[in-house]
Design a protein around this ligand. Structure first.
Ligand SMILES: Nc1ncnc2c1ncn2[C@@H]1O[C@H](COP(=O)(O)OP(=O)(O)OP(=O)(O)O)[C@@H](O)[C@H]1O
Ligand SMILES: [Mg+2]
Length: 313
């Protein structure tokens, strides 16, 4: 079974307004509520692409109930641990007059040591893990070391591990030598501690991170697509120019598209193409809805693929 881990999932509440007015009442014209948070996003896109998976993580309070119900409604399987605090609600306000958006990411509940202990027991007892996506922010009360511990357990159990986190959480997760990491431009440059701008600089940085024990480094480059650096392989996949109507959850969709490739035993080139297409397909969907299989497959043939090793010859 494929698992995702969402330690701090959320409900993303999106509102559309003409223009925010700080002096008087701003009328909301439309709104939507979708499950959110990295692991949950990955599970939603995987499910919508026909890949069976289970979302693990913490939920609490009324919002936690809503989150699980919404996921169930979408056909996403969950095996969540109930915590005493309330699951967070993120607020996204889209100004239709100028296309700007405001994203307010809430902190989420504090998680107690016994609740974390329950999670580790669950993970230790998974009988059939083949792959796990780990990532996102950690709730209050959880040590940054947690990703390192989770990845260590999953690797011992023989699962492929994919880490998508930033800052301290990324650094500590890398100590467990995950099979894949998927930083974006900014996260990658923070990881190696220097500014990166050219493709060559990103490749050198990815090789450096691989020398720390990471199997394959995927760097998502926003509208420029995604780069892959693995043993003897350096690829770049670039999407077509599209109308972007949403900028939330693109990285998570890219991870899910890549995992779709792995689950279908595609080669790394095609995994990268599907990952890039999934990110782009989600950029074209309103609200914080995520891409489904049809959306992704429409983009796949439009992805421009480059083998960067051949360029070097
Ligand atoms: N403007 C865009 N046009 C087309 N595709 C895009 C655009 N921005 C992002 N994408 C697609 O989404 C993928 C992930 O984007 P990005 O690098 O912005 O991820 P991220 O910063 O991790 O996102 P997130 O904020 O969701 O974590 C890219 O590899 C690309 O395929
Ligand atoms: Mg990201």
């Amino acid at each position: 079974m494929i698992y995702t881990l969402a330690l701090n999932p959320a409900i993303d509440r999106t509102m559309w307004v003409g223009k925010m007015d700080f002096r008087t009442t701003t009328r909301v014209r439309r709104e939507s509520r979708y499950p959110g948070g990295k692991g949950v996003d990955v599970s939603r896109v995987l499910t919508a692409m026909g890949i069976s998976n289970v979302a693990l993580g913490f939920v609490g309070g009324f919002v936690g109930e809503e989150l699980e119900c919404r996921l169930g409604y979408e056909g996403v399987r969950t095996d969540m641990i109930k915590v005493s605090g309330e699951t967070r609600t993120n607020i996204i306000v889209n100004e239709t007059s100028n296309g700007r958006h405001l994203l307010l990411t809430a902190k989420g509940p504090r998680v107690d040591p016994y609740e974390l202990g329950t999670l580790f027991r669950k993970i230790e007892n998974l009988s059939d893990p083949t792959m796990m996506a780990v990532g996102g922010s950690l709730p209050r009360g959880i040590h940054p070391d947690t990703y390192r511990r989770v990845i260590t357990i999953m690797k011992r159990k023989g699962a492929i591990t994919i880490l998508d986190a930033d800052g301290e959480n990324l650094r500590s997760g890398i100590e467990a030598c995950p099979d894949y990491i998927k930083p974006n431009r900014h996260e990658m440059s923070e990881l190696v501690g220097r500014p990166l701008s050219t493709l060559d600089e990103f490749i050198q940085a990815a090789e450096e991170v691989r020398s720390w024990g990471v199997g394959t480094v995927l760097v998502s480059l926003g509208p420029d697509g995604m780069m892959l650096v693995a043993d003897g392989q350096r690829y770049l996949a670039s999407p077509p120019k599209v109308d972007v109507v949403n900028s939330v959850g693109l990285g998570d969709s890219a991870v899910a598209g890549f995992m779709y490739g792995l689950a279908n035993r595609l080669d790394l080139k095609d995994c990268l193409i599907h990952g890039t297409a999934a990110g782009t397909a989600t950029a074209m969907k309103h609200g914080t809805a995520r891409a489904n299989k049809d959306d992704v497959m429409k983009i796949v043939p439009m992805i421009d693929f480059k083998n960067l090793m051949e360029d070097e010859k």
